[in-house]
Design a protein around this ligand. Structure first.
Ligand SMILES: NC(=O)c1ccc[n+]([C@@H]2O[C@H](COP(=O)([O-])OP(=O)(O)OC[C@H]3O[C@@H](n4cnc5c(N)ncnc54)[C@H](OP(=O)(O)O)[C@@H]3O)[C@@H](O)[C@H]2O)c1
Length: 290
Protein backbone atom coordinates (compact mmCIF):
# COMPACT_ATOMS: atom_id res chain seq x y z
CA UNK A 1 0.00 0.00 0.00
CA UNK A 2 1.20 3.51 -0.78
CA UNK A 3 1.89 5.20 2.55
CA UNK A 4 3.45 8.34 1.10
CA UNK A 5 0.20 9.87 -0.06
CA UNK A 6 -3.30 10.30 1.26
CA UNK A 7 -4.62 8.01 -1.49
CA UNK A 8 -6.21 4.78 -0.32
CA UNK A 9 -5.08 1.89 -2.49
CA UNK A 10 -8.20 -0.25 -2.94
CA UNK A 11 -6.41 -2.71 -5.19
CA UNK A 12 -3.80 -3.45 -2.49
CA UNK A 13 -6.54 -3.87 0.13
CA UNK A 14 -8.43 -6.23 -2.20
CA UNK A 15 -5.27 -8.30 -2.76
CA UNK A 16 -4.74 -8.69 0.98
CA UNK A 17 -8.37 -9.72 1.53
CA UNK A 18 -8.13 -12.13 -1.43
CA UNK A 19 -5.10 -13.84 0.08
CA UNK A 20 -6.81 -14.10 3.47
CA UNK A 21 -9.95 -15.59 1.92
CA UNK A 22 -7.97 -18.05 -0.18
CA UNK A 23 -6.12 -19.27 2.91
CA UNK A 24 -9.29 -19.51 5.00
CA UNK A 25 -11.09 -21.35 2.23
CA UNK A 26 -8.18 -23.81 1.82
CA UNK A 27 -8.31 -24.56 5.53
CA UNK A 28 -12.07 -25.07 5.31
CA UNK A 29 -11.56 -27.47 2.41
CA UNK A 30 -8.91 -29.38 4.37
CA UNK A 31 -11.33 -29.87 7.26
CA UNK A 32 -14.66 -30.32 5.48
CA UNK A 33 -13.80 -31.10 1.86
CA UNK A 34 -16.06 -28.26 0.72
CA UNK A 35 -15.09 -25.49 -1.67
CA UNK A 36 -17.27 -22.33 -1.66
CA UNK A 37 -19.39 -22.32 -4.81
CA UNK A 38 -20.94 -19.19 -6.29
CA UNK A 39 -23.60 -19.40 -8.98
CA UNK A 40 -24.43 -16.36 -11.12
CA UNK A 41 -27.49 -15.93 -13.31
CA UNK A 42 -27.45 -13.42 -16.13
CA UNK A 43 -30.43 -12.78 -18.38
CA UNK A 44 -29.79 -11.14 -21.76
CA UNK A 45 -26.65 -9.47 -22.98
CA UNK A 46 -26.33 -6.07 -21.28
CA UNK A 47 -22.62 -5.22 -21.80
CA UNK A 48 -22.12 -3.78 -18.29
CA UNK A 49 -23.80 -6.84 -16.73
CA UNK A 50 -21.63 -9.19 -18.82
CA UNK A 51 -18.55 -7.26 -17.69
CA UNK A 52 -19.51 -7.54 -14.00
CA UNK A 53 -20.09 -11.28 -14.36
CA UNK A 54 -16.65 -11.69 -15.95
CA UNK A 55 -15.14 -9.76 -13.03
CA UNK A 56 -16.92 -12.01 -10.55
CA UNK A 57 -15.65 -15.11 -12.36
CA UNK A 58 -12.10 -13.74 -12.30
CA UNK A 59 -12.35 -12.95 -8.59
CA UNK A 60 -13.61 -16.48 -7.91
CA UNK A 61 -10.57 -17.83 -9.75
CA UNK A 62 -8.26 -15.59 -7.67
CA UNK A 63 -9.53 -17.00 -4.39
CA UNK A 64 -9.99 -20.50 -5.79
CA UNK A 65 -13.78 -20.75 -5.36
CA UNK A 66 -16.09 -22.72 -7.65
CA UNK A 67 -18.04 -20.57 -10.11
CA UNK A 68 -20.98 -21.42 -12.35
CA UNK A 69 -22.67 -19.11 -14.80
CA UNK A 70 -26.23 -19.51 -16.04
CA UNK A 71 -26.62 -17.31 -19.11
CA UNK A 72 -30.28 -17.08 -20.10
CA UNK A 73 -31.75 -15.49 -23.24
CA UNK A 74 -33.39 -12.03 -23.13
CA UNK A 75 -36.84 -13.59 -23.67
CA UNK A 76 -36.63 -15.76 -20.51
CA UNK A 77 -39.92 -15.72 -18.58
CA UNK A 78 -40.27 -14.97 -14.89
CA UNK A 79 -41.45 -18.56 -14.35
CA UNK A 80 -38.36 -19.87 -16.13
CA UNK A 81 -36.04 -17.80 -13.96
CA UNK A 82 -37.92 -18.73 -10.77
CA UNK A 83 -37.66 -22.40 -11.68
CA UNK A 84 -33.88 -22.14 -12.16
CA UNK A 85 -33.60 -20.30 -8.84
CA UNK A 86 -35.62 -23.01 -7.08
CA UNK A 87 -33.15 -25.61 -8.33
CA UNK A 88 -30.15 -23.58 -7.17
CA UNK A 89 -31.78 -22.88 -3.79
CA UNK A 90 -32.21 -26.63 -3.29
CA UNK A 91 -28.79 -27.62 -4.62
CA UNK A 92 -26.61 -28.47 -1.60
CA UNK A 93 -23.43 -27.86 -3.60
CA UNK A 94 -24.28 -24.18 -4.29
CA UNK A 95 -23.53 -21.78 -1.45
CA UNK A 96 -24.09 -18.37 -3.01
CA UNK A 97 -26.47 -17.11 -5.71
CA UNK A 98 -26.39 -13.84 -7.62
CA UNK A 99 -28.99 -12.67 -10.08
CA UNK A 100 -27.28 -10.02 -12.15
CA UNK A 101 -29.33 -6.92 -12.94
CA UNK A 102 -30.76 -5.40 -15.06
CA UNK A 103 -33.46 -7.97 -15.78
CA UNK A 104 -35.66 -7.76 -18.89
CA UNK A 105 -38.98 -5.98 -18.42
CA UNK A 106 -41.14 -9.14 -18.41
CA UNK A 107 -39.44 -10.20 -15.15
CA UNK A 108 -40.47 -8.53 -11.89
CA UNK A 109 -37.25 -7.86 -9.98
CA UNK A 110 -39.05 -7.86 -6.61
CA UNK A 111 -40.30 -11.41 -7.17
CA UNK A 112 -36.78 -12.54 -8.01
CA UNK A 113 -35.29 -10.79 -4.95
CA UNK A 114 -37.72 -12.64 -2.70
CA UNK A 115 -37.01 -15.98 -4.40
CA UNK A 116 -33.27 -16.07 -3.65
CA UNK A 117 -32.83 -18.20 -0.52
CA UNK A 118 -31.77 -15.80 2.28
CA UNK A 119 -28.98 -18.20 3.32
CA UNK A 120 -27.50 -18.08 -0.21
CA UNK A 121 -28.21 -14.40 -0.79
CA UNK A 122 -24.57 -13.28 -0.89
CA UNK A 123 -25.46 -10.02 -2.65
CA UNK A 124 -28.01 -9.13 0.09
CA UNK A 125 -30.65 -8.95 -2.63
CA UNK A 126 -33.51 -10.46 -0.62
CA UNK A 127 -35.52 -8.01 1.55
CA UNK A 128 -35.20 -10.49 4.45
CA UNK A 129 -31.46 -9.77 4.60
CA UNK A 130 -31.94 -6.04 4.19
CA UNK A 131 -34.55 -6.18 6.98
CA UNK A 132 -32.12 -7.99 9.28
CA UNK A 133 -29.54 -5.28 8.58
CA UNK A 134 -32.13 -2.59 9.33
CA UNK A 135 -32.88 -4.35 12.65
CA UNK A 136 -29.17 -4.25 13.49
CA UNK A 137 -28.73 -8.01 13.24
CA UNK A 138 -27.40 -8.74 9.73
CA UNK A 139 -26.41 -12.15 8.33
CA UNK A 140 -24.80 -10.77 5.16
CA UNK A 141 -23.71 -7.22 4.45
CA UNK A 142 -24.34 -5.93 0.92
CA UNK A 143 -21.10 -5.91 -1.04
CA UNK A 144 -20.56 -2.29 -2.11
CA UNK A 145 -21.44 -0.65 1.22
CA UNK A 146 -19.49 -3.38 2.98
CA UNK A 147 -16.49 -2.54 0.78
CA UNK A 148 -16.67 1.06 2.08
CA UNK A 149 -16.93 -0.25 5.66
CA UNK A 150 -14.03 -2.67 5.11
CA UNK A 151 -11.82 0.09 3.68
CA UNK A 152 -12.52 2.31 6.69
CA UNK A 153 -11.68 -0.55 9.06
CA UNK A 154 -8.54 -1.69 7.25
CA UNK A 155 -7.26 1.90 6.99
CA UNK A 156 -7.99 2.37 10.72
CA UNK A 157 -10.34 5.26 10.06
CA UNK A 158 -12.56 5.17 13.14
CA UNK A 159 -16.10 6.40 12.55
CA UNK A 160 -17.45 5.93 16.08
CA UNK A 161 -18.98 9.22 17.16
CA UNK A 162 -17.98 10.83 13.87
CA UNK A 163 -20.30 12.50 11.40
CA UNK A 164 -20.50 10.58 8.12
CA UNK A 165 -22.29 12.31 5.26
CA UNK A 166 -23.46 9.94 2.50
CA UNK A 167 -24.55 11.42 -0.82
CA UNK A 168 -26.99 8.95 -2.42
CA UNK A 169 -29.85 6.94 -0.89
CA UNK A 170 -30.11 3.95 -3.24
CA UNK A 171 -31.04 0.60 -1.74
CA UNK A 172 -27.81 -0.84 -3.16
CA UNK A 173 -25.32 1.65 -1.72
CA UNK A 174 -26.38 4.77 0.23
CA UNK A 175 -29.16 3.40 2.41
CA UNK A 176 -27.51 0.10 3.46
CA UNK A 177 -24.23 1.94 4.08
CA UNK A 178 -26.08 4.23 6.51
CA UNK A 179 -27.49 1.15 8.27
CA UNK A 180 -24.03 -0.46 8.52
CA UNK A 181 -22.40 2.67 9.93
CA UNK A 182 -25.24 2.99 12.46
CA UNK A 183 -24.72 -0.56 13.81
CA UNK A 184 -24.16 -0.58 17.56
CA UNK A 185 -20.58 -1.80 17.46
CA UNK A 186 -17.26 -0.05 18.08
CA UNK A 187 -16.15 -0.09 14.43
CA UNK A 188 -19.45 1.60 13.43
CA UNK A 189 -21.48 3.79 15.85
CA UNK A 190 -21.31 6.77 13.48
CA UNK A 191 -23.75 9.66 13.25
CA UNK A 192 -25.00 9.53 9.69
CA UNK A 193 -26.59 12.06 7.34
CA UNK A 194 -27.95 10.73 4.04
CA UNK A 195 -28.39 13.20 1.17
CA UNK A 196 -30.14 12.81 -2.18
CA UNK A 197 -31.35 14.77 -5.19
CA UNK A 198 -33.89 16.74 -3.12
CA UNK A 199 -31.44 17.70 -0.38
CA UNK A 200 -31.22 21.47 0.16
CA UNK A 201 -27.73 22.96 0.34
CA UNK A 202 -25.82 19.75 -0.26
CA UNK A 203 -22.51 21.62 -0.07
CA UNK A 204 -22.98 22.86 3.47
CA UNK A 205 -24.13 19.42 4.69
CA UNK A 206 -21.12 17.75 3.07
CA UNK A 207 -18.78 20.31 4.67
CA UNK A 208 -19.97 19.06 8.07
CA UNK A 209 -18.83 15.53 7.34
CA UNK A 210 -15.77 14.06 9.04
CA UNK A 211 -16.21 11.38 6.39
CA UNK A 212 -17.96 12.04 3.07
CA UNK A 213 -19.11 9.13 0.93
CA UNK A 214 -20.27 9.84 -2.62
CA UNK A 215 -22.58 7.24 -4.22
CA UNK A 216 -24.47 9.26 -6.78
CA UNK A 217 -23.56 8.42 -10.37
CA UNK A 218 -22.81 12.03 -11.37
CA UNK A 219 -19.24 12.62 -12.47
CA UNK A 220 -17.27 15.04 -10.22
CA UNK A 221 -20.35 16.19 -8.27
CA UNK A 222 -18.43 16.61 -5.00
CA UNK A 223 -16.21 19.69 -5.39
CA UNK A 224 -13.47 21.18 -3.26
CA UNK A 225 -15.86 23.70 -1.66
CA UNK A 226 -18.03 20.81 -0.39
CA UNK A 227 -15.42 19.11 1.78
CA UNK A 228 -13.81 20.36 4.96
CA UNK A 229 -10.04 20.28 5.43
CA UNK A 230 -8.92 16.89 6.76
CA UNK A 231 -12.09 15.00 5.92
CA UNK A 232 -11.93 11.40 4.71
CA UNK A 233 -13.51 11.07 1.26
CA UNK A 234 -14.75 7.77 -0.15
CA UNK A 235 -15.84 7.77 -3.78
CA UNK A 236 -18.16 4.92 -4.78
CA UNK A 237 -19.16 6.48 -8.11
CA UNK A 238 -18.21 5.01 -11.46
CA UNK A 239 -18.97 7.23 -14.44
CA UNK A 240 -17.68 7.09 -17.97
CA UNK A 241 -16.38 10.42 -19.20
CA UNK A 242 -14.66 10.67 -22.56
CA UNK A 243 -13.76 6.98 -22.51
CA UNK A 244 -12.31 7.26 -18.98
CA UNK A 245 -13.70 6.02 -15.68
CA UNK A 246 -14.23 8.88 -13.20
CA UNK A 247 -15.80 9.06 -9.78
CA UNK A 248 -18.47 11.24 -8.18
CA UNK A 249 -15.74 13.29 -6.51
CA UNK A 250 -13.69 15.94 -8.27
CA UNK A 251 -10.42 14.25 -7.35
CA UNK A 252 -8.14 17.13 -8.41
CA UNK A 253 -10.01 19.65 -6.25
CA UNK A 254 -10.75 17.42 -3.27
CA UNK A 255 -7.59 15.36 -2.80
CA UNK A 256 -5.44 18.29 -1.56
CA UNK A 257 -8.02 18.91 1.21
CA UNK A 258 -8.77 15.33 2.24
CA UNK A 259 -6.75 13.49 4.88
CA UNK A 260 -7.54 10.25 3.01
CA UNK A 261 -9.31 9.67 -0.29
CA UNK A 262 -10.17 6.74 -2.54
CA UNK A 263 -9.42 7.10 -6.25
CA UNK A 264 -11.57 5.94 -9.16
CA UNK A 265 -10.60 3.50 -10.52
CA UNK A 266 -8.66 1.57 -7.89
CA UNK A 267 -10.63 2.49 -4.77
CA UNK A 268 -13.92 0.93 -3.70
CA UNK A 269 -14.42 -1.17 -6.87
CA UNK A 270 -11.76 -3.86 -6.32
CA UNK A 271 -12.82 -4.35 -2.69
CA UNK A 272 -16.49 -4.83 -3.64
CA UNK A 273 -15.94 -8.15 -5.42
CA UNK A 274 -13.88 -9.43 -2.50
CA UNK A 275 -16.84 -8.72 -0.19
CA UNK A 276 -18.87 -11.00 -2.43
CA UNK A 277 -16.26 -13.73 -1.93
CA UNK A 278 -16.31 -13.11 1.83
CA UNK A 279 -20.10 -13.60 1.88
CA UNK A 280 -19.82 -16.75 -0.25
CA UNK A 281 -17.29 -18.32 2.11
CA UNK A 282 -19.46 -17.31 5.06
CA UNK A 283 -22.50 -18.90 3.38
CA UNK A 284 -20.59 -22.16 2.85
CA UNK A 285 -19.38 -22.21 6.45
CA UNK A 286 -22.79 -21.30 7.89
CA UNK A 287 -24.55 -24.01 5.93
CA UNK A 288 -22.73 -26.61 7.96
CA UNK A 289 -24.05 -25.09 11.16
CA UNK A 290 -27.69 -24.90 9.99
N1 LIG B 1 -17.67 0.70 -7.00
C1 LIG B 1 -18.64 -0.17 -6.91
O1 LIG B 1 -18.42 -1.31 -6.55
C2 LIG B 1 -20.04 0.28 -7.22
C3 LIG B 1 -21.13 -0.55 -6.95
C4 LIG B 1 -22.42 -0.05 -7.15
C5 LIG B 1 -22.58 1.24 -7.66
N2 LIG B 1 -21.49 1.99 -7.97
C6 LIG B 1 -21.60 3.35 -8.51
O2 LIG B 1 -22.06 4.19 -7.46
C7 LIG B 1 -22.87 5.24 -7.98
C8 LIG B 1 -24.22 5.21 -7.29
O3 LIG B 1 -24.85 3.99 -7.61
P1 LIG B 1 -26.34 3.70 -7.15
O4 LIG B 1 -26.69 2.35 -7.65
O5 LIG B 1 -26.47 3.98 -5.69
O6 LIG B 1 -27.11 4.84 -8.00
P2 LIG B 1 -28.65 5.25 -8.03
O7 LIG B 1 -29.51 4.10 -7.69
O8 LIG B 1 -28.85 5.95 -9.33
O9 LIG B 1 -28.78 6.32 -6.85
C9 LIG B 1 -28.17 7.56 -6.95
C10 LIG B 1 -28.47 8.39 -5.73
O10 LIG B 1 -27.86 9.66 -5.89
C11 LIG B 1 -28.81 10.69 -5.67
N3 LIG B 1 -28.53 11.84 -6.53
C12 LIG B 1 -28.60 11.92 -7.87
N4 LIG B 1 -28.23 13.15 -8.29
C13 LIG B 1 -27.94 13.85 -7.17
C14 LIG B 1 -27.50 15.17 -6.94
N5 LIG B 1 -27.30 16.04 -7.94
N6 LIG B 1 -27.29 15.57 -5.66
C15 LIG B 1 -27.50 14.71 -4.64
N7 LIG B 1 -27.89 13.44 -4.80
C16 LIG B 1 -28.11 13.02 -6.05
C17 LIG B 1 -30.16 10.07 -6.03
O11 LIG B 1 -31.16 10.79 -5.36
P3 LIG B 1 -32.73 10.38 -5.47
O12 LIG B 1 -32.87 9.17 -4.58
O13 LIG B 1 -33.44 11.56 -4.92
O14 LIG B 1 -33.00 10.08 -6.90
C18 LIG B 1 -29.97 8.65 -5.52
O15 LIG B 1 -30.28 8.55 -4.16
C19 LIG B 1 -22.90 4.99 -9.50
O16 LIG B 1 -21.89 5.73 -10.12
C20 LIG B 1 -22.60 3.52 -9.63
O17 LIG B 1 -22.02 3.18 -10.87
C21 LIG B 1 -20.23 1.54 -7.75
Amino acid sequence: MNTKTNIIDGKAIADIIGNELKAESALFFQKKKIKPHLSVIIVGSDPAALFYVRMIERTCQKVDFEFTKHALPEETTEEGLLSLLKGLNEDEAIHGIIVQTPLPKQINEDHIREAVHPGKDVDCFNPVNMGKLAMGNPDFLPCTPNAVFEILKREKIAVEGKHVVIVGRSSVVGKPLALILLLKQPDANASVTVCHSRTKDLASLCRQGDVVVAAVGVARLVKGNMVKQGAVVIDVGTNEEGGKLVGDVDFEEVSPLASRITPVPGGVGPVTNMMLMKNTLQAAQKKLLS
